[in-house]
Design a protein. Sequence first.
Length: 318
Amino acid sequence: MGGRLLAVGLTTLDILGRPIDAIPEGGAGSLIEKIEVVPAGTAGGTALVAAALGVDTALVSALGEDLIARFVRLVYDEYGVDTALVPTLSGMTTSATILPIDSRGQRPTFHALGASMFMKLTEEAIEAAKDARYVHWAAVGSPTIEAEARNRFLATAKAAGATVTCDLIAPGPHTMAELEHVLPLVDYFMPSISEALFLTGTETPEDAAKAFRAMGAGNCIFKLGDEGSFLALGDDRLRLPAYAIEPVDTTSCGDSYCAGFIAALDRGWNPVDACRFATATAALVAQGLGTLGRIEDFDATETFMRSAPLRSTSLRTD
């Protein structure tokens, strides 16, 4: 039971169309280039991309009792994601999001809450943490995960030697209080820069990293979108550039960055190079529609990483 990576948290079905620059009025219709339907979410998307990159992956989440769930499980089965720790919640629908992607790769979101927001950590999941090499905790803000179960799960994983990464669903009024308990068990905290600055009330990534590390985070990696990423690894501060690409859809870039980072660590890469690989992973996802974008496998992503042009030169900060 369980895989080398346990991804814990939100799982949705994304329904995407592109390009949609305006919603036709009334009953009018419009032709578009492509529609994609794919599992996503802070845990579900990371799990799918990690598996595509060759990581032995298990998902810890919940799905509803509907056709969406059957489709989601079918996709995970195809990519080898273990869903034995994903129960079906009776009488509930599966979380889903409709995303009309415009010509610039931007989008509004229309989200229907579903089963994954009501997930619980089972004893089976806590037991599986004993065998995990990596845990991606993407359940901060999940309203039905009990604090005691969360703490036992993360402590069990850490005691077994797992590397713990953490990303956010969305910052809320109780996020910082929850992070006070979670971050001391996290090796790499990986939110977006906007989330980091909002939560800490700071103005720079350096100050945000200082605040989160004071709360117990081992290291901080902030995703900066088309400006790359900021790394606070031990005493080192480093900015890595993004790739010079034309984005098609940026929906799952943050989740895919986390997946790429874990996949590179799993190959024995150091954290800085793993962040470079994560940047390449996100860039490939951004060039296609949906969670996987243009991801093929680890080797193809590494080739892109070493050959594609960058937007700027990395800058080390004092």
